[in-house]
Design a protein around this ligand. Structure first.
Ligand SMILES: Nc1nc2c(ncn2[C@@H]2O[C@H](COP(=O)(O)OP(=O)(O)OP(=O)(O)O)[C@@H](O)[C@H]2O)c(=O)[nH]1
Ligand SMILES: [Mg+2]
Length: 270
């Protein structure tokens, strides 16, 4: 049977985030019924591809710029996974350089999976170098989401195919202080994915196991987005829309008055 599906499995229960524990050959496997994830990262790092790999979607939208946040859902085994894909920021540029519309999309995403995401998947491409500028860019963008965000952030390294047999730990160590600081900031939670080998179910199984382990942890709650952020975004949007409407009215009025002047000149000239 295919492990990926868009339909609920027969065994699914309606209780959100209920966990089941299966014991098999001395291995305890925990399952959660729902998992809400948000993909974050700079442009072209492979956010959409990670979403496709997790949900088992074949090549949908990857390589095409994500301009607006989008919610996608599917079942991975018995877990209903909700994934919010988001537009990326320019790599290595701090939040100060990011257009307001992109910042708003990044912040709005956490309100698209009510009551809030379990985990933010911070996507980083393992084939590129990582320096202090990258760290600053990531930190300033992630912190747009509010307090407590780091506790809920998990790094997904993409382009695992570029590493070959080299373990990701070796890369983290070799890359230097900036990447090590980020990994520590995320509580040493990370996983490496090769989106070009999406048929390798083991990498998704392992990722989901790591995420499940976090979600079922003692005293662990999903991220609760600060409603004030949404109110501010909506207020700002209304102001922008009203200003655009006003500009449109002004242009219309000016066009009308110019047409009137032109007509009266033509009549006078006849
Ligand atoms: N070799 C390799 N290429 C990958 C991998 N993951 C993604 N890519 C490629 O990287 C490019 C960008 O992938 P996307 O998933 O569209 O990246 P994104 O972060 O969603 O991009 P934006 O929406 O534009 O910000 C595409 O050409 C993918 O095929 C990977 O693991 N290995
Ligand atoms: Mg994308």
């Amino acid at each position: 049977m295919d492990r990926w599906s868009t339909n609920p499995p027969l065994l699914s229960t309606s209780s959100p985030c209920q966990q089941r524990i299966f014991q098999n050959e001395n291995v305890i496997k925990r399952h959660i019924t729902t998992l809400r994830l948000i993909l974050l990262g700079s442009r072209s790092v492979g956010k959409t591809s990670v979403g496709n790999t997790i949900l088992g979607f074949k090549g949908k939208e990857d390589g095409k710029r994500t301009a607006q946040s989008a919610v996608r859902r599917g079942f991975v085994d018995e877990t209903e996974v909700t994934l919010v894909d988001t537009p990326g920021w320019w790599k290595g540029f701090p939040v100060f350089d990011t257009p307001e519309a992109i910042k708003e999309e990044i912040m709005r995403n956490m309100f698209l999976c009510s009551p809030g995401p379990h985990i933010f998947l911070l996507v980083i491409d393992a084939d590129m170098s990582f320096n202090a500028r990258n760290l600053d860019a990531i930190t300033t963008h992630v912190e747009l989401l509010g307090e407590g965000v780091w506790k809920h952030t998990f790094i997904v390294f993409t382009k695992g195919d570029w590493l070959g047999a080299k373990p990701i730990e070796e890369c983290i160590e070799g890359e230097g202080e900036a990447l090590q600081t980020l990994v520590e900031q995320c509580g040493n939670r990370y996983h490496i994915i090769n989106n070009k080998n999406a048929k390798d179910g083991a990498q998704v199984t392992e990722l989901l196991e790591k995420l499940t382990e976090i979600v079922v942890g003692e005293d662990w709650e999903h991220f609760v987005p600060d409603e004030r952020i949404l109110i501010t975004i909506e207020k700002r949007r209304r102001i922008v829309e009203e200003a655009a409407e006003l500009r449109k009215e002004r242009v219309k009025a000016r066009r009308k008055s110019l047409t009137g002047t032109f007509k009266s000149h033509s009549v006078a000239g006849n």
